[in-house]
Design a protein around this ligand. Structure first.
Ligand SMILES: [Zn+2]
Length: 137
């Protein structure tokens, strides 16, 4: 039996659109909230297969309050460069390190001074490693 989750998004979504994030053109598709992968907390994800950034329909990607579009921008650019993931566990792998560091740098530029003051990114169980990325950002 076919599970909708395993059908590539491109077959049942409206077409991708280009948006600008930090001076880069990014292809995105908006995924209806009810079709977002179950158990996935983040409202965005980069698909290297489809080379597109998926955005859950309830996330305001234009305002990008959690800087997730900045995070996905890094995944997109690394993939474009042909940069390979080192295969370490999430989020200790090299691509997540670069993506989170950039995302955190944005929060710092927006005036957030302490890791504890970050908005909730749903990452409580990865706090130690993310705190390290925060310090490096
Ligand atoms: Zn990531």
């Amino acid at each position: 039996m076919l599970d909708l989750k395993f059908i590539p998004y491109k077959y049942w979504l409206n077409e991708s659109q280009m948006i600008k994030v930090d001076g880069h053109e990014l292809p995105i598709v908006i995924v209806p909230k009810e079709n977002w992968p179950e158990g996935k907390n983040d409202p965005t994800e980069f698909s290297s297969d489809e080379n597109v950034i998926r955005v859950r329909s309830d996330y305001d990607y234009k305002k990008d309050p959690l800087n997730w579009m900045k995070h996905e921008l890094i995944h997109y650019l690394l993939h474009k460069k042909g940069s390979k993931d080192d295969g370490k566990q999430y989020p200790t792998n090299n691509t997540e390190r670069v993506a989170y560091t950039y995302q955190f740098k944005k929060f710092k530029q927006q005036g957030i001074k302490k890791f504890e003051d970050l908005p909730d990114l749903g990452k409580k169980h990865h706090e130690k490693i993310l705190k390290k990325y925060w310090e490096d950002a």
